[in-house]
Ligand binder design. Structure first.
Ligand SMILES: Nc1ccn([C@@H]2O[C@H](COP(=O)(O)O)[C@@H](O)[C@H]2O)c(=O)n1
Ligand code: CDI
Length: 160
């Protein structure tokens, strides 16, 4: 069995009057993330972790933020496409471990639904997806709630 590991990172700005989509869940909050897509920072970090593990460049290489086809798109659909790219090369996902960094809202109550959404898009079991969260202890742009950050480590495998 050949295994590879990949690392993903993403950051999005937060502002009032934007939905806050994270792991496909619409979080209730006074502000939300924005970008070219639905700005789902968790799913973007996972996409980059998976693409990196397979040496398939990054999310912006495949889904340019100047391409109108991806404007406002659900990032879960981008994840589905990334998994198809991996499958074309014979890769299967082993597991995903992700970390969110944001002051608020509390993520813990939403983790089961996020795992379900990501499991659906990636075609894997929820058991193979871990999502964790931490605040930035009020410091910096995360502490001021100007932005939100996600990291993901992804393991992929295929028969030699
Ligand atoms: N947005 C967040 C941040 C944190 N959590 C959970 O709270 C725990 C304590 O956070 P600290 O930053 O004070 O270490 C953390 O371990 C998470 O379980 C959360 O749900 N949502
Ligand atoms: C997801 C894409 C889709 O156009 O746009 P954004 O929502 O701006 O997100 P980013 O994390 O900057 O990744 C780039 C793009 O692939």
């Amino acid at each position: 069995m050949k295994i590879r590991v990949g690392f993903g990172f993403d950051v999005h700005q937060l502002a009032e009057k934007h939905p806050f989509i994270m792991g496909g869940v619409n979080l209730e909050h006074h502000s939300g993330a924005f970008g070219h897509s639905d700005a789902d920072v968790l799913v973007h970090a996972i996409c980059d972790g998976l693409l990196g593990a397979a040496n398939l460049r990054d999310i912006g290489f495949h889904f340019s933020n100047t391409d109108d086809r991806w404007k406002g798109i659900s990032s879960l659909l981008i994840l589905k496409e990334c998994v198809s790219l991996l499958k074309e090369k014979g890769w299967e996902i082993g597991n995903i471990d992700a970390m969110l960094c944001l002051e608020a809202p509390k993520i813990n109550p939403h983790i089961p639904q996020m795992k379900l959404n990501i499991a659906w898009a990636a075609g894997i079991s929820e058991d193979d997806i871990s999502i964790k969260a931490t605040t930035n202890e009020t410091m910096g742009f995360i502490g001021r709630q100007e932005g939100v950050v996600a990291y993901a480590v992804c393991l992929i495998e295929k028969e030699k």
